[in-house]
Design a protein around this ligand. Structure first.
Ligand code: FDA
Length: 380
């Protein structure tokens, strides 16, 4: 029987960072088991038949303010600086998203836009980011007109398609992820570090887990092999409800379906992501070459269709933040606590939380330092 110090379930950011740290810093033998046929989790990318580098599970743009996370990942990749700019169609015009002062001037005549700009800056301050529901709540007079305009043209249709719920029905944190930006800055993120791994995410993951202490097994549900191997501790980054065989019921997720098109032209659209809040059944179109910087005479785009997640039939993409779901999660969390330190749960599926990639890496690094390092000597 094979003997390992750690069994790590899931080769996404959380599992791979922990495998790398345990193997390289503590000289631990790790078995990294992944259900899918590739590493990288939801950040996995691959070259399609036309030779275009595609993000398999939707566009992944790296951004962080954490020097620690940036320095850590930079050991495994060089970067292509990339400042993401996203557009959304409002009454047939493509405006910057998050909606900002430039969008204001595209949607309204200059004199009126100038008046609204002054009101916005006086009320909220230049540079501030205001969630739409807060803006609606705090505005009166013409600002209230503006808040309702943005709500109806940018948020209502998009949120209803994406979540199957209106902005009021879903947790405020969801619409707050894309606030109104009282600024002329068209960048989607303002983080200090913004980039895409130069050779792609999968190459970065390959380097991260390229260690003789790490054995990788793909296309395998850990449940099918767990009784055939011997290990001291498990780190589980899969869905927490699946670990407990859905004992308390399923945690709900929103899922996505992608449809790809390939064109024999250099570019199809003017930005990496164009969002369609009101038209069509899909929410947005991603054109990968804008993100990756790949040079090619042809291009691939992906249409993104949101849908309800059905266990066993689709993939769980977004946890649905709602008091009832949090309550259900707490039941699983207390089950997990009863397992003590034998099984550690971490990652977006085990924590039932949306994490950006940098947050997933930060969470894994912190778990390593606080829970895994304390009792063991680091390699010097
Ligand atoms: P992840 O899901 O990546 O890994 C968990 C792994 O466990 C999976 O590969 C799964 O197959 C495996 N697994 C589960 N059960 C198993 C079992 N029983 N046996 C074996 N393996 C099992 N972030 C960002 O910073 N910028 C961005 O632009 C985006 N874009 C984006 C788009 C979309 C559509 C989504 C849904 C998410 C993003 N993200 C993002 C977030 C990003 O995807 C997220 O931070 C990471 O995937 C989190 O990594 P984890 O390792 O926690 O989960």
């Amino acid at each position: 029987m094979n003997q390992f110090d750690y069994l790590i379930v899931g080769a996404g950011f959380t599992g791979s960072v922990l495998a790398e740290r345990l193997a390289s810093q503590l000289d631990k033998k790790v078995l990294l088991v992944e259900k899918r046929d590739h590493i990288g989790g939801n950040a996995h990318d691959f070259y399609n038949e036309a030779g275009i580098l595609v993000h398999k599970y939707g566009p992944h743009i790296f951004h962080t303010n954490s020097k620690k996370v940036w320095n850590y990942l930079s050991q495994f990749t060089n970067w292509r600086p990339y400042y993401h700019k996203s557009l959304a169609t409002v009454e047939g015009i493509e405006v910057p998203i998050p909606f900002n002062l430039n969008a204001l001037y595209q949607c309204f005549p200059p004199l009126y836009a100038g008046k609204l700009e002054t009101l916005l800056i006086d009320e909220f301050g230049y540079g501030r980011k205001i969630p739409i529901l807060k803006m609606k709540e705090r505005s009166s007079g013409e600002l209230s007109f503006l808040a309702n305009y943005i709500y109806e043209h940018v948020f209502l249709g998009y949120t209803t398609k994406q979540w199957g719920l209106t902005p009021e029905e879903i947790d405020d944190s969801v619409t707050a992820r894309v606030p109104i930006h009282i600024s002329r800055d068209n960048r989607y993120f303002q983080d200090i570090y913004q980039a895409i791994p130069l050779e792609g995410y999968t190459e970065m993951f390959k380097k991260m887990i390229d260690n003789e202490n790490i054995e990788v097994v793909l296309s395998t549900n850990y449940k099918d092999i767990v009784n055939d191997i011997s290990f001291d501790r498990m780190i589980y980054t899969g869905p927490i409800d699946a670990y407990f065989d859905y004992l308390h019921g399923e945690l709900p997720y929103r899922s996505l379906q992608f449809e790809y098109r390939h064109f024999e032209q250099e570019f199809h659209q003017s930005a990496g992501i164009v969002t369609y809040p009101n038209e069509f059944d899909f929410t947005r179109i991603t054109e990968f070459k804008h993100l990756t910087g790949q040079k090619s005479r042809s291009t691939t785009i992906a249409y993104e269709f949101p849908k309800a997640h059905i266990q066993g039939k689709s993939l769980p993409y977004y946890p649905i933040p709602h008091p009832e779901n949090r309550e259900l999660f707490r039941k699983y969390k207390s089950e997990s606590k009863q397992l003590g330190k034998n099984v550690l749960f971490a990652g977006r599926l085990a924590d039932y939380l949306y994490y950006d990639m940098d947050q997933a890496v930060a969470r894994a690094l912190s778990l390593f330092e606080k829970d895994l390092c304390s009792s063991t000597q680091m390699i010097t």
